[in-house]
Design a protein around this ligand. Structure first.
Ligand code: GLN
Length: 209
């Protein structure tokens, strides 16, 4: 395995002084809200737009926005091969909403390019149109502190999970809205739009071993 400039895990390796450097793909969408949340938590939030920046971060968040646009821009900026390489090295990656679509291996009817990192099927706009956006309090596996207030904006549904993928949260009707596969995380909703940092903390803990 190649040597990484920062710790391969998001957790500082025993040193209290190491601040995780977390990239947010800043090509389109609500990346600035993720950066604000990360910086508010004391992490270094890095606006990532070039592939070489992926060598210099400990984790990457793909924000919500418009998945077709994010995919096209990621391809034209040369992000996708480098992202696949870093994810294969164990770098944690989290996609929120359009970001979850970008990470999925299977998105019926969606034009490529996408990163295709997670063995999940995601149905785009599966709750309806923009006007059908909604909020819901959901229980998240292993998350202390009560239900998480989740904001769904023209959100996708996770309709199939591959072997090894763990469901973290469902809506009351059983729809899967948060999953984890090792160091990969996908949520149909937008934790960056609430003041609740627990999902960002969960992401920061993903590389911990
Ligand atoms: N509907 C958007 C898409 O398919 C995702 C919406 C969002 O990220 N809030 O790209």
């Amino acid at each position: 395995m190649s040597k990484l400039p920062h710790s391969a895990s998001l957790a500082s390796k025993g040193s209290a002084t190491t601040t995780p450097r977390i990239g947010v793909l800043g090509l389109q969408g609500d990346f600035s809200e993720h950066l604000t949340t990360l910086r508010g938590m004391g992490a270094q939030g890095v606006d990532v737009r070039r592939p070489e920046q992926l060598d210099d971060i400990d984790g990457l968040i793909i924000p919500g926005g418009e998945s077709t646009t994010i995919g096209k821009l990621a391809q034209s900026y040369g992000i996708i091969p480098k992202l696949r390489e870093r994810a294969a090295q164990g770098m944690p990656v989290w996609g929120t909403c359009a970001g979850a679509i970008f990470l999925a291996k299977d998105v019926p009817g969606h034009p490529h390019p996408l990163a295709e990192l997670m063995d999940i099927t995601v149905e785009r706009n599966a709750f309806g149109r923009q006007i059908d956006s909604f909020e819901s309090d959901i229980d998240v596996e292993g998350m202390a502190g009560g239900p998480f207030h989740a904001v769904f904006i023209r959100a996708p549904k996770i309709t199939r999970i591959g072997p090894g993928v763990v469901v973290l949260a469902r809506l009351s009707d059983g729809t899967v809205v948060a999953v984890r596969d090792g160091t990969l995380l996908a949520t149909s909703f937008h934790p960056e739009l609430t003041r609740d940092e627990r999902f960002h903390r969960l992401f920061l803990s993903l590389g911990k071993g």
